[in-house]
Design a protein around this ligand. Structure first.
Ligand SMILES: Cc1cc2nc3c(=O)[nH]c(=O)nc-3n(C[C@H](O)[C@H](O)[C@H](O)COP(=O)(O)OP(=O)(O)OC[C@H]3O[C@@H](n4cnc5c(N)ncnc54)[C@H](O)[C@@H]3O)c2cc1C
Length: 349
């Protein structure tokens, strides 16, 4: 079990900026993120699209914003626990009693889908549109092969039987996975539904080379049926031409993208409205002691789901938490330009 001052649920743009603001306050935090990378909607839904309304930055791509937030956060190097969702947030009676005292006793216990247990004095929920989870195949009966022969997450090459696999999906992740496997000598088929895949020049060069050595084959079609009773033996595919083929395989890797899944906020005993967390807009506290909520997941009069607004919320939440950590002593506003303390924390003095 690891301890920190604050646990942030979600490493979208608001979760990342929350970690930065807590770092400026001298607080240690850890983040938990469902995806294998940070950036939330920016990275998952629109990485290459330009954003024009970040203050002082006329334009940058959404993925660049994520990269810049990570760079800004570097001086505080918080741990991010990827590939897992927060299941429960329980108040620890002993710690809660100490929350208004200058104690380092943890007050909350957070558990994740990967079996991790973390303790902290405060939690900030920055879960945005929900936990991004892999889109699943809808082929009837295919779910029985999941985790044995059908995989949605990362698969170690050593787990591939007979060094053969079908990767399905039109996403960049599908293309990269197919290239990675074929490059590691796995006989790979990339099965895609769109007639034209969006392939960048690097991927194009790799694919051409792997096709020449017969390590990679591209098939344009959709899965109609999974053949096999106890084990997956083949896939029935309808090609773009509408012809049907049987494609023998014992490993299917689906990379269909991720979609946000609503969190069960009532399970976390949070007061909500239309599945958004009610917060006090002066400090972004929720109805639960020591739990705050920022970004797209919260609601209050006048709320706008904009990155800029989430950044403001994260800043005030960090001040509120810092104040409580210091026995409710006032926290002075310091400037990163001139404050020796802040510059030391940032490692720039
Ligand atoms: C196409 C598009 C364009 C946009 N353009 C703009 C724009 O130009 N300007 C602007 O200001 N805004 C824009 N937005 C909105 C902006 O992206 C959101 O306001 C912003 O992403 C919200 O950030 P967030 O960190 O609150 O949530 P998110 O970005 O949704 O991130 C939340 C993260 O939390 C994770 N998570 C959720 N639940 C759990 C859990 N239980 N356990 C672990 N992890 C969890 C999710 O996987 C996700 O990574 C746009 C949105 C879209 C879809």
């Amino acid at each position: 079990m690891t301890h920190s001052d604050v646990i942030i649920v979600g490493a979208g743009p608001c979760g990342l900026f929350q970690a930065f603001q807590l770092g400026l306050q001298g607080l240690r935090c850890q983040l938990i993120e469902a995806l294998p990378f940070s950036g939330g909607q920016c990275t998952e839904l629109y990485p290459d699209k330009p954003i024009y309304d970040i203050p002082g930055v006329p334009v940058l791509d959404a993925k660049q914003l994520r990269d810049q937030l990570e760079k800004q956060l570097k001086p505080f190097s918080p741990v991010i626990h990827f590939n897992q969702t927060v299941d429960s947030i329980e108040s620890n009676a002993e710690g809660s009693a100490l929350l208004n005292e200058p104690s380092n006793e943890p007050g909350l216990t957070v558990t994740t889908s990967a079996g991790l247990t973390l303790q902290s004095r405060y939690v900030v929920i920055a879960t945005g549109a929900g936990a991004f989870t892999p889109v699943k195949l809808r082929t009837e009966g295919i779910e029985k092969f999941e985790d044995r022969q059908l995989f949605y997450g990362k698969v170690g090459i050593e787990h591939l039987q007979q060094k053969q696999a079908v990767v399905t999906g039109d996403t960049s992740a599908a293309i990269d996975t197919a290239i990675e496997l074929a490059s590691a000598d796995v006989s790979t088929v990339l099965l895609h539904r769109k007639r034209r895949l969006q392939i960048d020049s690097d991927q194009q060069a790799h694919i051409a080379q792997l096709q020449q050595t017969n390590k990679l084959q591209l098939i344009n079609g959709k899965i109609l049926r999974a053949a096999g009773v106890a084990v997956l033996e083949a896939l029935e595919i309808q090609l773009q031409s509408r012809d049907k083929i049987m494609l023998p395989t014992n490993t299917l890797i689906a990379r269909l993208g991720n979609s946000p899944k609503n969190n069960k906020l009532e399970k976390w005993q949070l007061a909500t409205q239309h599945n958004l967390i009610n917060v006090d807009p002066t400090d972004f506290s929720t109805n639960r002691d020591a739990i705050y909520a920022v970004g797209d997941t919260n609601t209050y009069p006048g709320k706008r789901k904009l990155i800029l607004c989430g950044f403001h919320e994260a800043t005030l939440a960090a001040f509120a938490i810092a104040k409580r950590m210091q026995s409710c002593q006032p926290i002075h506003t310091l400037y990163t330009t001139t404050s020796t303390v802040l510059r030391q924390r940032l490692g720039v003095s």
